[in-house]
Design a protein around this ligand. Sequence first.
Ligand SMILES: [Fe+2]
Length: 356
Amino acid sequence: MAVVTAKKPENGKPDRKHNIEAIREDYYERLAKHDMSPLWKVMGALVPNEPATRCAPVVWHYADVKSLVMESGGLITAEEATRRVLILTNPALHGESRVTNTLFAGIQMIMPGEIAPAHRHVSSAIRFVLDGEGAYTAVEGEKAFMSPGDFVITANWAPHDHGNPSDKPMLWLDVLDAPAINFFETSFAEDFETPTQETTRHNGDSLSFYGSGVLPDGTPAKNRTPVINYTYARTRPIIERMLQAGDVDKRHGARVRYANPVTGGPVLPTMGAFLAMLPKGFRGEPYRSTDGTIFVCAEGHGTTDVEGQVLEWGPNDVFVVPSWKRYVHTAAKQSVLFSISDRPAQESLGIWREGK
Ligand SMILES: [Fe+2]
């Protein structure tokens, strides 16, 4: 600790005019000893005039990601690892296991014949399937078999396990709200004694029961969706029809919001997702919002310019636009983008904003 000695003039009294900085530093050091500090030193950082993200824009290209994830298949089993996942770390936040300030993202792989054992946790998780065919996520009594482009949800405290009875590896993007849950210091988790759960429903039951414009009579409204798997086979044709009908947002393309079919609200209270089709040659108008967003290219090729940093993307590439960074999507060919963020959490707190 630096020793502060306020210069004293001949009469022995501190010269406030010339030594005020030294006197203040001395004061701050004495405050620190009492676990106190002056607000005026940190006001700008504590209450910035506009969002000041710690995150950087970043893209992961699938060719690199896939070969590195495949390598892990020979190093550790899904059962040993519990979940064989490589974390996507925001380059500005190395070591923090997060890709935006509130969201975790990782690439999970399950090899043929493997089981990722049953557990549950307070953090909600979603999967966006990248590669493979016929592995499943079992959740809430339903074994949801997955295909590329499917959007699968395991809500807060929902037991879930994964298995792969197919003959090909399956890879998907995992996104969890764990950094937000840990911010609130509210995480619980537990493993189950058996690696798999009993299933009482058939594949696709929840989408059939709740996602078809009717509801099983007496379905209670909850703050998260009862649908386990929003399949690409069901959702993609909708955005294609919107595109053909000219229902194309100037910033986002022909876009749907994944909704809780009982309430019309977001699929989870902490995370919300969209699927958008951009027509060939699309050049979006500039957009920004306070929810740092993870995108996945499901089809096509294009770029996203984030305040001068151009992220090029193609199939299964994952990229991130941090909070309040202005961006523009451009599509070289007809493209489909999945996106997910903490927007529902921000909206429920009344703090979400968007702009140009
Ligand atoms: Fe999990």
